[in-house]
Design a protein around this ligand. Structure first.
Ligand code: SF4
Length: 337
């Protein structure tokens, strides 16, 4: 038995806007909004394989749904919460769909965690992405959610229309300043049948490539780490729909998070190797769980460092160092095996 999340998708339910990048029906792989029976069925199905599971309403903007529909969905979960079969409830919503009354209602229904789609903290980017709310809305909602005692997760996106490297870094800093309990980072993916796909095809939007996202997120991740804020997701969850052609372009890659971690290792190694001389043989010692991050996909980090520093040889070995730390050993050629 394992602890787990029971996801229930409420695609596009309650959304007063159509954000340019969003086609929730495709992201969730589901065309119909969930109903109370679906909630019960999902919980029952999950209980046979996991315990202490958390019910999660993802997809649309939960708190923008008519209150009676919110009540019906939450009431369907109530018996399981009361019996301890599920541990808690989380949901995602928009910053402008939060107020004191809604928060009191969610508290009464046992919701513990609220995820807010902040996406950017730059108003011009929010406007260009048709979000329909401002950065101030996010700040106000975040404060209300924390003051009411909920866990707060903030979602941000990189590479949105009208954004650039500096604006995304500035957004990450403002989000970190709100001290959420966690962050999800979603670099923009161009999904079929969205306004963004039209903008891209018309040449009005420049794609945020996988490489753009990896480089940018390798700068953003340390901002959250420094503020002791866990980054609980980087990149859209891979799905058959997205991998099968619905991701037309942009930063869609099944192992984007791993690529970002590898880039961070590459940058750290670069700093440490600044003083090595061409022709030297080097061993990089990392925590045993970090060998693949240091190596990079298809040995990309090893190849890049070998070429950049004109090394004779570069090996990566497991060692008793902290996760994230790298030690450099300069050794004679005959010692390397
Ligand atoms: S608010 Fe969320 S669900 Fe609604 S259109 Fe925007 S991204 Fe999609």
């Amino acid at each position: 038995m394992r602890n787990s999340i029971i996801p229930v998708f409420i695609p596009h339910l309650g959304c007063p806007h159509d954000c340019v990048f969003c086609n929730q029906k495709r992201i969730s792989g589901s065309l119909l909004p969930a109903c109370p029976e679906d909630v019960k069925r999902e919980i029952e199905a999950a209980l046979s394989i996991c315990e202490n599971a958390e019910l999660a309403f993802y997809g649309g903007s939960f708190t923008a749904i008519p209150i009676e529909e919110q009540r019906a969905l939450l009431d369907a979960a109530a018996p399981y919460l009361e019996s301890g079969s599920i541990s808690s409830i989380r949901l995602s919503t928009r910053p402008d769909a939060i107020n004191e009354e809604i928060l009191a209602f969610l508290k009464e229904k046992g919701v513990k965690t609220i995820e807010l789609g902040s996406q950017s903290m730059c108003d011009s980017v929010l406007a260009a992405s048709w979000r329909g709310h401002t950065a101030a809305d996010t700040e106000k909602a975040a404060e209300m959610i924390k003051s009411a005692g909920f866990n707060l997760i903030l979602q941000m996106m990189t590479g949105l229309p009208g954004s650039d490297f500096e604006k995304d870094i500035a957004s990450a800093r403002r989000i970190a300043a709100l001290q959420p309990n966690g962050v999800r980072i979603y670099p923009t993916v161009i999904i079929r049948d969205t306004a963004l796909a039209d903008m891209w095809e018309e040449g009005k939007y420049t794609e945020h490539s996988v490489e753009d996202a990896v480089e940018l997120c390798s700068e953003i991740l340390p901002i959250f780490e420094k503020a002791s804020i866990p980054v609980i997701r980087m990149g859209l969850n891979p799905s058959d729909e997205l991998s099968g052609g619905d991701a037309l372009g942009g930063a869609y890659h099944p192992v984007l998070g791993e690529m970002v971690q590898s880039r961070i290792y590459l940058k750290k190694a670069r700093e440490l190797l600044k003083d090595v001389k061409a022709g030297e043989s080097i061993v990089l010692l990392v925590h045993p769980s970090c060998i693949s991050k240091m190596t990079g996909q298809k040995r990309s980090n090893i190849n890049a460092l070998m070429a950049e520093f004109e090394l004779k040889e570069l090996k990566i070995r497991p060692f008793d160092v902290k996760n994230g730390e790298i030690m450099v050993q300069r050794i004679a050629k005959e010692e390397i095996m």
